[in-house]
Design a protein around this ligand. Structure first.
Ligand SMILES: Cc1ncc(COP(=O)(O)O)c(C=O)c1O
Length: 390
């Protein structure tokens, strides 16, 4: 008898974080008071005008399929935001594609770039979805082991590129889970790589409104002006506007790659949800208000997290430059991070994600999201401290 499931899907590993969501939910259902530091989404509501505009769009019957590349008004709004904020002139008809979440843009970009068996470099720690996306696209990924300060392992990357035919590299800055932001020195390394090897870059910039250090840039578009043909920038509305369930993102790429991404959208979802796209126009109109919401709350939580972790022997958190995660190193035990995350859940009732989910070299860490209230963060680390000190 023929096997039921295709080899293509059999090789996908599923979300390595799903197990921890499930364990936390199960423990909660059995009556425990769990603090959820595992979830990677903001805890504030989308601004009222965004909600109103979306509801109004439904009332006005904007409930049919949209043009696959996204409604022109939204693409134009994105282009004008990039022009006003970054001085970048984009062609909204050729270089911007609206997708169902940034996630679809990333998957489509990998499909657009990699032929079967071609390789993409994934610097570790990487967002948990990248490996399965690459497998799905029929490509291969080469993980780049992390350095202690979370910067790019440049020597290793050079070696990989010399030895193997690498087509692309995925850069996530600010990074999930480490918060690392690409430094000027790393930028010049990336420029040299592109120049020497014609490497393609997918830049996942979904957290670029969450930055806590003065950074010279918010998008690689401004930094890689002379290499625009080699860059696909991905962003979306989930994190800045807390619109995770709207499922809206976009890609910015040259005309040829944008056409490829568009074909992917046409073959999979036809278009991103139409009425949500109207909400997204209003989101961009209120982008400075959204930034204010972030700036009022997240730097304080970040500092609180750094302070709380520093009080616990056996835990350390070097820096958190961007995004809303703390990637915490534990030295109080030499057990694997899966075990540590389970123990913290079962003994302290705090849900976290083990470092190993973000790549092999990220073992010895666990991730917490500080997209929770100050009270929750304080209480979580009191519980974790009490447990570790016992
Ligand atoms: C690094 C990174 N990229 C992309 C996404 C997905 O964003 P979206 O909700 O727009 O698909 C996430 C969500 O957690 C993320 O952490």
């Amino acid at each position: 008898m023929k096997q039921m499931l295709s080899d293509q899907l059999k090789q996908l590993q599923g979300s390595p974080t799903a197990k921890f969501f499930r364990l936390a939910k199960e423990r909660e259902a059995s009556g425990h008071d769990i603090i959820h530091l595992e979830i990677g989404q903001p805890d504030f509501q989308p601004l009222a005008p965004i909600v109103d505009a979306t509801i109004e769009a439904i009332k006005q019957g904007k409930t049919t399929y949209a043009i696959s590349s996204g409604i022109p008004e939204l693409r134009e709004k994105i282009a004008s935001a990039y022009s006003e904020d970054y001085g970048e002139n984009l062609n909204p008809n050729e270089e911007i594609i609206i997708t169902s979440g940034a996630k679809q843009s990333i998957l489509a970009s990998i499909y657009a770039l990699l032929d079967r068996g071609e390789k993409i470099l994934l610097p570790e720690p990487y967002w948990v979805s990248y490996p399965d996306m690459t497998r799905l696209a029929g490509g291969n990924f080469l993980p780049v082991p992390m350095l202690d300060d979370f910067s790019l392992n440049q020597e290793y990357i050079q070696k990989c590129i010399k030895k193997s035919n690498i087509k692309a590299m995925l850069i996530n800055s600010p990074n999930n889970p480490t918060g690392h932001i690409i430094s000027p020195q790393e930028l010049s390394f990336i420029k040299d790589l592109i120049e020497d090897t014609n490497l393609m870059i997918i830049a996942d910039e979904i957290y670029n409104d969450y930055m806590y250090i003065p950074s010279s840039y918010k998008t690689l578009l401004t930094e890689l002006k002379d290499w625009r043909e080699n860059v696909i920038v991905v962003n979306g509305f989930s994190k800045t506007y807390s619109m995770t369930g709207f499922r809206l993102g976009y890609s910015i790429a040259n005309k040829t790659l944008s056409q490829g991404i568009l074909r992917f959208v046409q073959a999979s979802t036809s278009c991103a949800t139409t009425f949500c796209q109207y909400g997204a126009i209003t989101a961009l109109e209120h982008r400075f208000d959204a930034q204010e919401v972030i700036d009022n709350v997240f730097p304080v939580r970040r500092q609180l997290l750094l302070d709380e972790v520093s009080k616990i022997d056996g835990l350390s958190l070097g820096s958190v430059d961007g995004a809303f995660y703390g990637f915490i190193k534990y030295t109080y035990s030499d057990k694997p991070s899966e075990y540590i995350a389970e123990e913290i859940l079962n003994n302290a009732n705090v849900a976290t994600i083990p470092g190993a989910a973000f790549g092999e070299s990220a073992e010895g860490y666990f991730r917490v999201a500080f997209s929770r209230s100050e009270e929750e963060i304080r209480e979580a680390f009191k519980r974790i401290g009490d447990y570790i000190n016992k």
